[in-house]
Design a protein around this ligand. Structure first.
Ligand code: 13P
Length: 288
């Protein structure tokens, strides 16, 4: 199946009270691991690409070519959306041109007026091309690719204003943070999430910073309207741990253990295990 936008999979998720995972990709092994895991578990999936990862992978056109090629060559039949994560206005336009099926415009650091103006323009472009658009209100805490947020809670009235512009999904800060959560993290603000869902109705809500959020909080967030959950750091940690073990065990020094196809295999399997675990927790298995 060619790339799809994220609208149908998220509408179904919201109605069915589960969430679709957005797993960020960094290279070929990452992409292959996520696509194969989605196919094996009959789960819809969203591949996330940050602007930094986009540069690392030689640009958006390279990524579109790689993902489309893999979908065909690996016979991936589950719905897959290729989505820009925390895009700038220019980044969103570049991804649209390159062939992404979905983009996020993160205008949370602008004034609400400017966020509305820029989001409105992108709604028009995405609607015309049949792409999905994620917008953001209230910055997500922590640091991702140099974008630093304080982990604020979004204003539910501002969420309603942005949701009404015709976007597909809304990311709203509810105390979530990218990367590992600090010891003294206060947890997700379910009062904020509840208020946002009451104002925005059917709008699928997006939970960023999926790494390290306890399972009970994930389940509660889904029950309050979260239909898309983003995970990045957790796959990086599993990959790094498995790769470190391979090298510390001296396996790269045995036979042809230095061959990248062998050296990267444990990390690849570790990403697959993490993605499967998240799909189980989010409830997206067999929802393709
Ligand atoms: P984590 O790196 O904390 O999993 O967050 C991912 C994310 O929100 C991508 O937008």
């Amino acid at each position: 199946m060619p790339l799809v936008n994220a609208k149908e999979m998220l509408t179904k998720a919201k109605a069915g009270q589960y969430a679709v995972g957005q797993f960020n990709i960094n290279n070929l092994e990452w992409t292959k691991a996520i696509l194969l895991t989605a196919q094996e578990n009959n789960s819809p999936v969203i591949l996330g690409v940050s602007e930094g990862a986009g540069k690392y992978m030689c640009g958006y056109k390279t990524i579109v070519g790689m993902v489309n090629g893999m979908i065909e060559e690996l016979n991936i039949t589950v719905p897959v959306a290729l989505h820009l994560d925390h895009g700038s206005y220019d980044g969103a336009k570049a991804c649209i041109e390159a062939g992404f099926s979905s983009v996020m415009f993160d205008g949370s650091h602008y004034s609400i007026e400017e966020n509305i103006a820029k989001t409105t323009e992108l709604v028009g472009i995405c609607n015309e091309l049949g792409l999905s658009l994620e917008a953001e209100v209230g910055s997500i805490g922590g640091e991702e690719d140099g974008v630093v947020g304080a982990g604020e809670c979004a204003d539910p009235d501002e969420c309603k204003m942005i949701a009404d512009l015709g976007i597909t999904m809304l990311a709203a800060g509810i105390g979530n943070i990218h990367g590992k959560y600090p010891e003294n993290w206060a947890g997700l603000s379910f009062d904020t999430l509840d208020a946002i869902q009451q104002k925005t109705g059917d709008m699928p809500l997006v939970l960023h910073g999926g790494t390290g959020i306890p399972a009970d909080m994930i389940k509660k967030a889904i029950s309050l309207g979260v239909s898309k959950i983003n995970v990045n750091t957790e796959c990086q940690l599993s990959f790094a741990e498995a790769t470190r073990k391979y090298i510390e065990d001296g396996k790269d020094l045995q036979g042809k253990g230095f061959d990248p196809r062998k050296l990267l295999a444990p990390g690849f399997e570790a990403i697959k295990a993490t993605v499967k675990e998240k799909m189980e927790l989010f409830g997206s298995i067999d929802k393709a």
